[in-house]
Write a protein that binds this ligand. Sequence first.
Ligand SMILES: CC(C)(COP(=O)(O)OP(=O)(O)OC[C@H]1O[C@@H](n2cnc3c(N)ncnc32)[C@H](O)[C@@H]1OP(=O)(O)O)[C@@H](O)C(=O)NCCC(=O)NCCS
Length: 335
Amino acid sequence: MGILDDIRARAGKFKKTICLPEALDERTLTAAAGCAKLDFGPVVLVGEADKIRTAAKNCGADISRAAIRDPDSDPEYEHIVSTLVELRQAKGMTPEKAREALKDGIMYAAMLVKLGLVDGYVSGAVHSTADTLRPALQVIKAQKGVKTVSAFFMMVLPESSPYQKIQPVLFYADSGLVQNPSPEELADIAIGTAHSWTALIGTKPVVAMLSHSTKGSAKHPDVDKVLAALAIVRQTAPDLEADGEFQADAALIAEIGAKKAPGSAVPGRANILIFPDLDAGNIAYKLTERLAGATAIGPLISGMAKPVNDLSRGCKAEDIIDAVAVTCCQAAASG
Ligand SMILES: CC(C)(COP(=O)(O)OP(=O)(O)OC[C@H]1O[C@@H](n2cnc3c(N)ncnc32)[C@H](O)[C@@H]1OP(=O)(O)O)[C@@H](O)C(=O)NCCC(=O)NCCS
């Protein structure tokens, strides 16, 4: 069974309620029908009920088992408005501005998550990463003890990859969100991604902090940043196995690690690669996808107080179902 089949099978058991705010999008409606067929928990669609039903009919999606949350008739609407005002008052939020903000289905979904009316949301088939995540960053916020929310890609390696037999799945972070992380942010990225590994894969996370240097082979402030982040990880999460700084080959290949980083237990066992910045993380995942033929799933989000996940605008309905399944597993892990 592939990792995605496994995640889907587990999602079916948790019966979590996941919101899909882009409810007029054909792929989203097809995915809502697919989630019901797989016997996931209920999917909640946000928007005008008539329009959603017509759109579903037009694309042949059976959404009879999905719930529709229409802000115009939602009995919780006023409570949602007043809670949003309360949460964002210091940022100038007023009841009028809150009503305006809630016309955005993604902000509505974020508030449903915040209030515990759903367990998480998945969006991004139509909206950009920034528009998908900003409402969540504003109202759901990072989980306790983590300041920085980050994005990772689950990289599923093909059988043709020489590394596939050692690690069939790797997480790359941050490959989609935090542009120029400070040491504190880089440490949060490592710890948050390790939590996601535990929630989704279930085996022991082993973190490699990557750089252009291995164990002092180069001296540069960029290397110092990675080492400072590693020190914070060790202090904040002493049980997490993490080491660095490593060049990618030293982290992945035990024989190279033995030469360049003697004494480290991480080389050849790393399953989480933490990149020094978004450029490196984003470029690396795309190169692995295109040159090694890996399947890249994401961007998936770590460190949010409740789970939220983004989609690529080129996604298919099956990708949305996978993201819903991931969100269910994250929701189950976060209680
Ligand atoms: C996600 C993103 C849009 C947020 O930036 P923004 O729209 O400028 O929003 P702001 O900086 O005003 O932040 C909004 C809120 O989220 C919080 N926030 C932003 N990034 C955060 C993070 N990584 N973790 C936790 N909180 C964060 C801010 O503190 C702010 O909170 P506040 O309003 O309560 O003060 C931005 O980080 C971004 O564009 N990242 C790159 C995404 C991208 O293009 N990826 C492409 C590769 S796939």
